[in-house]
Design a protein around this ligand. Structure first.
Ligand SMILES: Cc1cc2nc3c(=O)[nH]c(=O)nc-3n(C[C@H](O)[C@H](O)[C@H](O)COP(=O)(O)OP(=O)(O)OC[C@H]3O[C@@H](n4cnc5c(N)ncnc54)[C@H](O)[C@@H]3O)c2cc1C
Length: 396
């Protein structure tokens, strides 16, 4: 088997050592970058300005290349799920908004890669340079977990393009993006089932309007309304009817990385919690001397490491084309649910200070919540896992 060969031949060992060195080098760059972000002290209260600043900083540091293939100016031959996980873990540890700015460049632009779109060559190098900020527009008021209920329509025109009509909401980067990967219903199959297609739509397309939405943590997000928006044939992402394949293929690449972002938030919460427990004195000794609190911390650290193993296993499998939806679902489910528990416990360890505006754990509490919802809720991940349990043969 090719996989075994890699481990037993000298060439394989060298390749692994090279890869490991590259990952250590990336990690060092991420640590240095996060220190620079900390020093810059970006004000996240203006969510749009913060997002633009973060994209600029990420581009200048060469980190946006991680979400674009080398053929279009990116870092790796194809997007490395492990590298994106490593980046998200570090960036989310620093700031949830910074992590969002990073990953949306990939989530919003990768449909152009997956669909082999002719416009990819024009758009993707600009994504790497931070000149094009991206969004991914799938969710609608009537279509969340049940994507196939989407109502946005693409009416074909004589020149091969379409006219888009409909509404998307909860679209990250809605208020700052230069362009969106958009999914819409386009006609029906011969059996009468709806067909879905994908398009790249510039944010300044006539008829496209944006309304900001406000969520718990700093996050540029909003509603997109398409009022007879014309999209030319060369802005199609794949042939008519392939839209959901592109959307799900995209989520497949990025889903384990949501777990990695959750790991980063939990890393930070654990660090804040241990430092606080060691320094806060009550009843004549540090809180860290209380066995009940030590045991809780030990349990959370163990769950956190278990989740980390699942995330990087799913990412590594994905990188060698051996990933499964079950693996990705387990990784996301485990990491996001664990992160929620870790952050909640950290707030509890801090007592009243845990809910004080301006405390890092208070911000983490707001930042972590949405991860159990977006890119497939925890319940949808359980549906995927449970479905696989009844499949033959069971593969996770
Ligand atoms: C901060 C944030 C950023 C987002 N960014 C984007 C983005 O950039 N692009 C985009 O397209 N979307 C985005 N979303 C939307 C997100 O993907 C959806 O909110 C998510 O898929 C859930 O859909 P919904 O909100 O309609 O909930 P619903 O589908 O209405 O679900 C409501 C509840 O019912 C549960 N449920 C639904 N079906 C089942 C079932 N069959 N069995 C058991 N339980 C079920 C769900 O798990 C959930 O708990 C974002 C959301 C948030 C909060």
């Amino acid at each position: 088997m090719a996989c075994t060969d890699r481990y037993v031949t000298q060439r394989g060992i060298d390749a692994l050592a090279d890869e490991r060195d590259a990952f250590f080098a990336l990690e060092r760059r991420l640590v240095a970058f996060c220190e620079a972000v900390e020093a810059a002290g970006v004000d996240e209260r203006d969510e749009d300005e913060a997002a633009r600043t973060y994209v600029r900083m990420l581009a200048q540091a060469g980190l946006l290349g991680l979400v674009v293939p080398a053929a279009f100016g990116g870092t790796h031959e194809r997007v490395s799920c492990r590298a994106v996980c490593l980046a998200r873990q570090h960036l989310a540890r620093q700031s949830g908004a910074l992590d969002t700015a990073f990953v949306m460049q990939g989530l919003g632009s990768h449909p152009l890669v997956l669909s082999d779109a002719p416009i990819a060559a024009a758009i993707l190098p600009k994504v790497v340079r931070g000149e094009v900020v991206c969004g991914f527009a799938l969710t609608e008021p009537e279509a969340g977990s049940d994507v196939a209920r989407m109502q946005t329509r693409a009416v074909p025109t004589d020149d091969g393009g379409v006219v888009l009509e409909g509404t998307k909401w909860f679209i990250s980067n809605a208020t700052v993006a230069h362009g969106f990967s958009v999914f819409a219903r386009e006609g029906e199959s011969p059996e009468g089932k709806p067909r879905f297609s994908a398009f790249w739509v510039p944010a300044d397309a006539p008829g496209l309007s944006v309304e900001p939405m406000k969520v718990l943590a700093p996050h540029p997000i909003g509603r997109l309304t398409f009022d007879r928006v014309r999209v030319s044939a060369d802005h199609r992402l794949g042939p008519p009817g392939r839209g959901l394949a592109v959307a799900f293929g995209n989520l497949d690449v990025f889903r384990p990385t949501v777990g990695a972002a959750a790991l980063g938030l939990a890393d930070r919460a654990l660090a804040e919690a241990t430092a606080h427990l060691a320094s806060r004195v009550q009843f004549g000794r540090p809180l860290s001397a209380q066995q009940g609190l030590r045991f809780r911390l030990a349990e959370l650290a163990t769950d956190h490491l278990a989740a980390q193993l699942l995330v990087y296993r799913a990412a590594a499998a994905r990188d060698r084309d051996a990933g499964t939806p079950t693996m990705s679902a387990m990784a996301k489910l485990s990491a996001t649910e664990t992160a929620q528990a870790v952050v909640d416990a950290a707030v509890q360890f801090f007592g009243g200070r845990g809910v004080l505006a301006g405390e890092r754990v208070e911000a983490l509490y707001r930042e972590v919540r949405a991860l159990r919802i977006y890119e497939g809720t925890s319940e949808i991940q359980k549906l995927i896992i449970a479905r696989a349990l009844f499949d033959e043969p069971y593969r996770c």
